[in-house]
Design a protein around this ligand. Sequence first.
Ligand SMILES: Nc1ncnc2c1ncn2[C@@H]1O[C@H](COP(=O)(O)OP(=O)(O)OP(=O)(O)O)[C@@H](O)[C@H]1O
Length: 229
Amino acid sequence: MIRFDDVTKVYPGSKHPALNSVSIEVGKGEFLFLVGASGSGKSTFLRLALREEKATKGVVRVSGKDVAKLSSWKVPHLRRTIGAVFQDFRLLPNKTVFENVAFALQVIGKPRHAIAHTVPEVLELVGLAGKEQRFPHELSGGEQQRVAIARAFVNRPAILLADEPTGNLDPNTSVGIMRLLDRINKTGTTIVMATHDHEIVNQMRKRVIELENGNMLRDEVSGVYGYSR
Ligand SMILES: Nc1ncnc2c1ncn2[C@@H]1O[C@H](COP(=O)(O)OP(=O)(O)OP(=O)(O)O)[C@@H](O)[C@H]1O
């Protein structure tokens, strides 16, 4: 699903690579945690997969395609196969829960009757049935993140990238979000989640890749993220 071959990213004006010769393959249906200290390169990895940034060296493939070779008019299509969730939710503040999720379908030209059918279904899946008409500011942080996940998943992308999705949430709320991501993963969606949260990584026992200063430190099948490091 996602494959990095010897990928290096050096941002313009920067001396040190944000990612340094990283090779990673993430298979279909996998759940991968990307861990590491602040600045270790986690977000850079996700941005390269979304082609928000281009690799300085090496090849990034998503669903078998070299993303550097995609013509710019094909980039939106790539992004449609990848859902993305962020720490700060990024909801549209003046749109309701329903409208926030529906928007993701409107922009790809889904007909209104399909939207009317699909949005309630995905809101039910994320546990927000009955809150369709609320605005983001009328929701808790955990509920806002559920809306963001619904919006990322409504199009049934093959891949979901999550950058610190529990970073703004308390531990109990975070557990709920992780259960939801686990459920989405069980539908066959590949998930790559960047996190600092030791507790969550240690509970979930999924594949863990640790980055340090842009280098890949370890890749463990059922890994932990110990406190002692
Ligand atoms: N747009 C940019 N321009 C220049 N340098 C950048 C840019 N974005 C990130 N960097 C640098 O690249 C390195 C990796 O950053 P990145 O955001 O990928 O780390 P991270 O592991 O996601 O950190 P955090 O956990 O704090 O989000 C850091 O040294 C950072 O300062």
